[in-house]
Design a protein around this ligand. Sequence first.
Ligand SMILES: Cc1cc2nc3c(=O)[nH]c(=O)nc-3n(C[C@H](O)[C@H](O)[C@H](O)COP(=O)(O)O)c2cc1C
Length: 191
Amino acid sequence: MKLLHIDSGIQGERSASRALSAAVVDRLRSDRLDLAVVRRDLVADPIDHLLPGDLAGGEADGIASEFLDADIVVIGTGLYNFTIPTQLKAWVDRILIPGRTFLYGEAGPEGLAGGKRVIVTLARGGIYSPGSPAAPLEHAETYLRGVLAFIGITDPEFVIAEGLALGEDARAAAVSAAMQRANDVAGAVAA
Ligand SMILES: Cc1cc2nc3c(=O)[nH]c(=O)nc-3n(C[C@H](O)[C@H](O)[C@H](O)COP(=O)(O)O)c2cc1C
């Protein structure tokens, strides 16, 4: 069984999304000894912005193949300026490929990348839960759910730690609760 572990948080040792994605992968590794993990750190090893010459073949093929080959994909991301980090957007640009991960037919778009489990660990400084005043500004979870559904992954799991900028106590409580959820989600996916 293959797992692709992606991180895009830029805050190094203090990155909550990295700590959470690592916790998910650690739990999956301990439950599934047959797991082969491929690592893609989009900050240590960034992907270039998409340019006109990249639209067919080249680097995109390798990145898309790596994604398509994975049975489980774990994505760590922060909410940066109300959306995903630019590093992660560059990766999305390499996996949304007509004919490989989606196609348009007479019935509209069809996703071709279904059948894999995707777990997203998302860290946010503020509060964006449904019903909160800032909820309409949340374009990371909503964007990733949309992108994943478009390519056929309609049941991603989200592990969210939010309110991390609201003081150290709030941060510690939110990260602790998210760590518990990370463990539960990974345990359920591994079962
Ligand atoms: C460049 C940058 C932009 C940010 N923009 C937002 C934002 O728009 N809304 C928010 O609630 N928090 C914002 N934050 C706070 C992050 O969401 C928070 O630090 C979170 O922990 C990021 O994930 P990470 O710890 O994995 O980097 C921002 C942080 C950085 C570094």
